[in-house]
Design a protein around this ligand. Structure first.
Ligand SMILES: [Zn+2]
Length: 273
């Protein structure tokens, strides 16, 4: 038997208006590499269909009484179309081009640029933990993808930057850097469960939150971690503090957002500053 919770209509109306106006933005269809496609897949008078992209299940949310599959588009997408599987059908998504800038950095501690074998072994071990948490799909009820800001401060528009450390090419920047002073509290931008914490070689003190249905957020370079793996968090709970641990040039929060195991631009999910 299904349990139902009855709430007065004014309560629901009141809270949804409050959420839309004061905390969340409404993420829009952003069909470019590193963006998010939001695809209408049918009415909510039926149960949500199963949807997948490259065999990875997709998050399903309802909006205006329609189900929408939410697709993280890989940053390295080269083609102008990709297709998702919905039930027994394929749906094509047109991809529009998006230019990302280049950045050249000088890092003084050379071991961060050319790690030795012991460090490479450590990096490989940590990569497994981090990728495992970022790619996790936990079944939950359909939910939205709106986020509140994890910390206030100037945001760099550096998602997708092609980076060179001491002239050596590295993987593109897969998050947003938010400038804030050391010790500034970081809050959970949405309900979830802590899926990993650790002190990692590149990322420093790190927290990963699993928001359900493959929606995951990542916090790096923390001075302090205030949560433990397995702990449930609500929007607004403190999860740690801004710091300068790992491969950094100064204190800031590296904030990453992931859908179907793919890094997407956090700016799409956050309210406008
Ligand atoms: Zn960063």
């Amino acid at each position: 038997m299904t349990k139902r919770i009855c709430l007065p209509l004014w309560w629901m109306l009141g809270s949804s208006v409050l959420v839309a106006e004061t905390i969340y933005a409404m993420p829009e269809h952003s069909p470019w590499p590193g963006g998010i496609a939001i695809v209408d897949v049918g009415g909510t008078d039926r149960p949500p269909p199963r949807a997948s992209f490259q065999d990875k299940p997709l998050l399903m949310m309802s909006r205006d009484e329609r189900w929408h599959a939410v697709v993280g588009i890989p940053l390295d997408t080269k083609s102008d179309a990709l297709s998702i599987r919905v039930g027994n059908n394929d749906i094509a998504i047109n991809i529009v081009p998006h230019a990302y800038r280049e950045q050249r950095l000088t890092v003084k501690n050379k071991s961060y640029v050319t790690p030795d074998q012991t460090q490479l072994d450590r990096i490989a071990r940590e990569r497994k933990i981090i990728d495992g948490a970022l790619g996790r799909f936990r079944e939950t009820a359909a939910a939205g993808i709106e986020l509140s800001a994890p910390v206030d401060g100037p945001r760099s528009s550096s998602f997708g930057l092609r980076r060179f450390f001491n002239e050596q090419p590295r993987s593109p920047h897969k998050g947003m850097d938010i400038a804030a002073s050391e010790g500034t509290p970081i809050i959970a931008p949405r309900n979830g469960v802590i899926s990993a914490t650790g002190d990692f070689f590149f990322n420093g003190n790190t927290v990963i939150i699993d928001h359900g249905q493959g929606f995951v957020t990542l916090y790096c370079h923390l001075s302090d971690i205030a949560v433990e793996e397995g702990q449930a968090v609500n929007t607004g709970d403190v999860i740690g503090a801004v710091g300068a641990t790992g491969r950094v040039t100064g204190p800031h929060l590296h904030f990453g957002t992931y859908l179907n195991g793919t890094a997407v631009d956090p700016a799409i999910l956050l309210p406008r500053p």
